[in-house]
Design a binder for this molecule. Structure first.
Ligand code: DGL
Length: 277
């Protein structure tokens, strides 16, 4: 099945993780068409440089535009942290100013005001997301006076990718990074899971997180914020096609992508292999 001649909403991720975002979006808005692109052949992005994450993300956005997407969501936190701003400010005006590229950091941060009491926020993410300081900057802009503590969790994505999320071995690394986060401050009362893969580790994360802490999963927040965005932008909304279809693209072989994607989505997936240049 292809979405030729249609205008699906593009969802981009470095790999599988964005499927956790896609599934929440589809749950809330099943009527739209979606085109998911996972750059699996070049994932993970988490430890890559700014320049490389930007270049790869731009290629993906251009590909999704070429397939008719008028709106692309960067479901990947690392791409949102390292590439979104440059694409919005420098590339979009040249590529097509009528199209939109949105990320996941801002909508997640917007939610904090109604959740935290202490104003002390923990961010769990990839090395790239934490080192970029993007969450900290966005939070300080929106909520001056809040304190932000970032903790990179470089082993969590591999645990999910290698299907070890439920294993006893995963406990060690989940506990370790959560402990390291709270060593930075005991006052943290709200923690953002700032990476697409982390919802799949949620049972273990909940086990080691102090009971009083609110843990923010991004999927439902991004879905709500997209719905609100479409409501506020009828010029984009009316251009989106609505046949309730979803098509999957991957830069890896589809034989590799499809079985793994089926685990993330809990339903059969047939992907199309593409090359990004
Ligand atoms: N999708 C990435 C993110 O949300 C995690 C996987 C990767 O490092 O590429 O940051």
């Amino acid at each position: 099945m292809t979405l030729k001649g249609k205008s699906p909403i593009g969802i981009f991720d470095s790999g599988y993780g964005g499927l956790t975002i896609l599934s929440e979006i589809r749950k809330l808005m099943p009527e739209y068409d979606y085109l998911y692109l996972g750059d699996n052949a070049r994932a993970p992005y988490g430890s890559r440089s700014f320049e490389v994450v930007y270049r790869f993300t731009l290629q993906a956005v251009e590909h999704l535009f070429s397939r008719g997407c008028r709106l692309v969501i960067l479901a990947c936190n690392t791409a949102s942290a390292k590439a979104l701003r440059t694409i919005q400010q420098n590339d979009l005006p040249k590529l097509d100013p009528s199209r939109r590229v949105l990320g996941v950091i801002r909508p997640t941060v917007e939610k904090l005001g109604e959740l935290t009491h202490t104003g002390e926020i923990g961010i769990l993410g990839t090395m790239g997301t934490i080192q970029s300081g993007s969450y900290t900057m966005e939070i300080e802009k929106m909520y001056p006076g809040y304190h932000v503590y970032g903790q990179a969790c470089p082993m969590w994505v591999p645990l999910v990718e290698y299907k070890e999320a439920d294993s006893d071995g995963a406990d060690y690394f989940v506990e370790k990074y959560i402990n390291e986060l709270f060593l930075q401050s005991k006052g943290i009362d709200t923690v953002i899971l700032g990476c697409t893969h982390y919802p799949l580790l949620y049972p273990k994360i909940a086990k080691y997180m102090p009971d009083s802490v609110t843990v923010i999963k991004q999927g439902p927040i991004i879905a709500e914020s997209l719905k609100d965005y479409l409501h506020r932008h009828p010029e984009i909304e009316t251009a989106c096609s609505k046949h309730g279809q979803c098509h999957y693209l991957t830069t890896e072989s589809s034989g590799k992508f499809s079985p793994m994607a089926s685990i993330f989505l809990d339903e059969p997936v047939e992907a199309e292999q593409i090359t990004l240049t």
